[in-house]
Design a protein around this ligand. Sequence first.
Ligand SMILES: Nc1ncnc2c1ncn2[C@@H]1O[C@H](COP(=O)(O)OP(=O)(O)OP(=O)(O)O)[C@@H](O)[C@H]1O
Length: 462
Amino acid sequence: MDRAEDREPLVEIDGLQKLFDQSQGVVDTILGRDPQPVRAVDGVSLDIYQGDIVGIAGESGCGKTTLGKMLVKLHDPTEGSIRFDGEDITDMTREAEREFRKRVQMIFQDPFESLNPRMTVYDTVAEPLKINDMIESYDERRDRVTEVLEDVGLGPAEVYLDAFPDELSGGERQRVAIARALVVDPDFIVCDEPVSMLDVSIRAGVLNLMKELQSEYDLTYLFISHDLSLIRYMCDRAGIMYLGNMVEQGPTDDIIDDPKHPYTEALFDAVPDVELGEERRRANATGEVPSPRNPPSGCRYHPRCAHIIPPDDWTGSQDAFRRAYQFKLKVRRGDISPESVDSGDIETAEALVEHGLTLDVPEEYRTETEVATGGHRVDLSAVDLPTDTRRVLTEAAEAVLAGDADRAVSTLDDALTTSCAERQPEPQPSGTREVACHRYDDGGADGLDGSGAGLSAAPAED
Ligand SMILES: Nc1ncnc2c1ncn2[C@@H]1O[C@H](COP(=O)(O)OP(=O)(O)OP(=O)(O)O)[C@@H](O)[C@H]1O
């Protein structure tokens, strides 16, 4: 395959945003708050080249399906643009839109839902031909449907033409859905988790079929999947999404073998070894994915990030900054309060600091004391914390113990700052890919081992 950069992109996505539900809910009205839309996709840019298979990966709710639906015009973007073969799809004439709807198709996750139970296989597959006024004569239409059914492995087609979906297996239904997408001879197909509802034993067969069809029909695919082994198997290029943002994109093998964004690293670490065929560690990330209604400021991943960047004048270790910052987040969320500390052995500010500096991460990333105490406390001597920060944390802990949460929060807010929370990172080129992480600003990044403050370290190379 040519280098993607030498070819024309078939799909150009620029600054794409989709906000849902901008109306004011009851809670917002009562509290007098501005409505908070769900920021499902928020500033995604991506080029998809003719003949490529591009994968979009990320945890549930990160905006993959919403992105896919915008690409086939099932959703209109709130902001940003999508160009297909050079033409802006948000601003098309009726005629251009008809042509677009032939050239671009989508295959959905659930073949049980996506097929009309009252339509035969013939009617299902022939319908797009009728809708698009493509083949007038019944005999020619039937020939075309027969041909496509056989192309998707449903042969002899006569066996299937008059069958209803409930007479077919899951794999056969998904093949009918694929035939329905192919019958109009499209150029680009968005496949949203196309095999995740199928029995594991037949997934490979359907994926291999889709690969064969790609060359036969000269297709470009966008695969949406949370299954990273599928992305690895199918896709030349991949984009990793987190909370509506594209955090990293580039050649799939490069991303998997040497993830650059801390979220990508955590995502791939979380995959069982057998799936990616290499020794993987558990994800070094704290906490849960926040709500897309109220995403964190700056880099959306920063509250969970193992590589959060300390300020320039930080004199402790990066691990100590991460712990101190987690302490601040816990105080802000009210997770550290006299009531929450119910074990009975925390009576002093110092004990509360030792408790608050713990990290909610797998055991291999914890200190000895954390492991020994089941994550209840760290030994302060094992955390390379600057003296003035230790003083600030103790002051905040005293405020917490005195029941003055506001004072605790303001003490920490002024003292523990990070560029990661201040502004959203722009995607930066780094070797063969783009990474939206402040560690790659100005072409620089620290090593991925979590050591060092990281702003002025060596450039990232692939
Ligand atoms: N029609 C809608 N109205 C309101 N919110 C929506 C709508 N569709 C999606 N969302 C929200 O937008 C966010 C992104 O959803 P989306 O389905 O695109 O994510 P996803 O990555 O595809 O997740 P999954 O793998 O679970 O399908 C979620 O918070 C979801 O609840």
